[in-house]
Write a protein that binds this ligand. Structure first.
Ligand SMILES: [Zn+2]
Length: 120
């Protein structure tokens, strides 16, 4: 498996702001299982804050998505980043206090390219 990209929590937050702006609701992340691109607002609206950029929003929709890991159908699916399959490509390390870490979905890499194209 590819090596994970490592960010400190501060770097990860700064990169999110740089890519998507100050409004957290508009930050966009890609599910590594199905490819669904979710905005943070979608996790918040589903009361799934703790799974933001970690588990796919399909787990929290009503009814939950029946699409399973690796279905690659565009999702959303029921992928859980805390589960057995560690697909999330970014590791976020908290340097202060306990040095805890978690894995994150990738940023919506294409979003910035689209934005630049539209501005240019
Ligand atoms: Zn998914």
């Amino acid at each position: 498996m590819d090596k994970k990209i490592v960010y400190t929590r501060e770097e990860w937050l700064a990169e999110s702001v740089r890519r998507f702006g100050e409004d957290v609701n508009n930050w966009r992340f890609i599910c590594p299982s199905c490819g669904y691109i979710a905005r943070v607002k979608e996790w918040r609206d589903l009361d799934a804050h703790n799974s933001t950029a970690i588990s796919c929003i399909g787990r929290y929709t009503n009814p939950p998505s029946k699409q399973t890991i690796f279905s690659k159908t565009g999702g959303p699916c029921n992928y859980a980043g805390y589960g057995l399959f560690k697909l999330n490509p970014i590791k976020v390390v908290t340097k202060e206090d306990d040095g805890s870490e978690h894995d994150s979905f990738a940023f919506d890499w294409a979003y910035e390219e689209t934005k630049e194209k539209n501005n240019g």
